[in-house]
Design a protein. Structure first.
Length: 325
């Protein structure tokens, strides 16, 4: 565990600096622009450089699809229906709890931490797992929850198959195919696979931009804790539901993933196995809070789980990482 802590401690320190900076209103106001820069420029550059300069994996195990795409969806569904069945009084919170307990911060936290712990060989697996995991929630949750801006009249009419298909297609196109992370991943794989020559001035510029991804991503997550904590302090939340969400995301979800992956560890290889486990251990995604704020009646539960899982991950991520190193 000491080795994992040595690698991860500076990253959590940057997260702490971001949290302290979030007390300043100027940083709070700049948070949106900072997130846009990280997601649209810095992180894609970081992913591209990590992939383009690394050796591509010899195979893409089918088990990764099951563990990074299918299992998170199944886990989320089980939490949703389990909440509605076991606690009927919290039926309205079933959807945000299912989202909070299974949607991990595989981008800002996951990719940098995985590469830091496992090396650059984990760049491609980390990018692939990130894409698969996001497909479940960035596309699935808006499609299932529907359009929050629908009028009462349109809500009273049964949605046509055509409009549903159009909405699904639009979500897939905008959130998956045209995502900067997706484009940078495919571009990096193409350059590495075909050994395409890239001018040094281009590579050097991308490398400089990519070098800002890890610190800025962690810094921005630290700032994001403040609106989450404000929502938590607003009251009206069931502390039992918050604790359940934190327990599910930080403990049950990664342990369940570990148990499933352990059966296929030899077939997957150490790189894919370690990447899948570390990604599952990540705290709740800040994007999950944004989704819940938009598509649910309130994003307070997601905000509280986001804050709790992020703080607890300072302990749980190094503990799980210690089993891989």
């Amino acid at each position: 565990m000491l080795e994992a802590l040595t690698v991860l401690a500076p990253m959590f320190m940057i997260f702490g600096v971001g949290f302290v900076a979030g007390y300043n209103s100027r940083f709070q106001q700049a948070a949106t622009g900072l997130n846009d820069f990280v997601f649209s420029i810095a992180l894609p550059c970081f992913i591209y450089i990590s992939i383009a300069t690394a050796e591509l994996p010899e195979s893409f195990p089918w088990h990764v699809w099951a563990l990074a795409l299918i299992f998170p969806a199944v886990f989320s569904i089980l939490v949703y229906y389990g909440t509605r069945w076991l606690t009927p009084q919290h039926r309205r919170q079933a959807a945000p709890l299912s989202l909070s307990s299974s949607y991990g911060n595989v981008g800002y936290f996951g990719i940098p931490m995985t590469i830091a712990l496992l090396g650059t060989d984990a760049a491609v697996p980390a990018a692939i797992v990130h894409l698969l995991h996001n497909l479940v929630f960035l596309i699935g949750y808006p499609v299932i929850r529907g359009n929050p801006h629908d009028t009462a009249e349109s809500a009273s009419r049964p949605a046509s198959n055509r409009s549903t298909l159009q909405r699904v297609g639009q979500e897939i196109l905008t959130r998956a195919v045209l995502s900067p992370v997706t484009v940078s991943t495919l571009l990096g794989i193409t350059v590495a696979a075909l050994a395409l020559p890239v001018p040094e001035v281009v590579t050097g510029s991308i490398q400089l931009l990519g070098a800002t991804a890890i610190p800025l991503a962690l810094f921005s997550v630290g700032i994001a804790m403040h609106p989450a904590l404000q929502s938590l302090r607003s009251g009206g939340l069931s502390l039992g539901l918050v604790a359940t969400g934190i327990l599910l995301k930080n403990v049950m979800f990664p342990l369940a993933t570990l148990g499933l992956a352990w059966m296929f560890r030899d077939a997957m290889g150490s790189g894919w196995f370690g990447t899948v486990i570390l990604m599952a251990a990540m705290p709740m995604s800040t994007s999950g809070y944004i989704l819940s704020e938009r598509y649910d009646a309130s994003g307070d539960l997601a905000a509280a789980v986001l804050a709790g899982t992020t703080v607890l991950s300072i302990i749980t991520v190094p503990l799980l990482a210690a089993t891989l190193l």
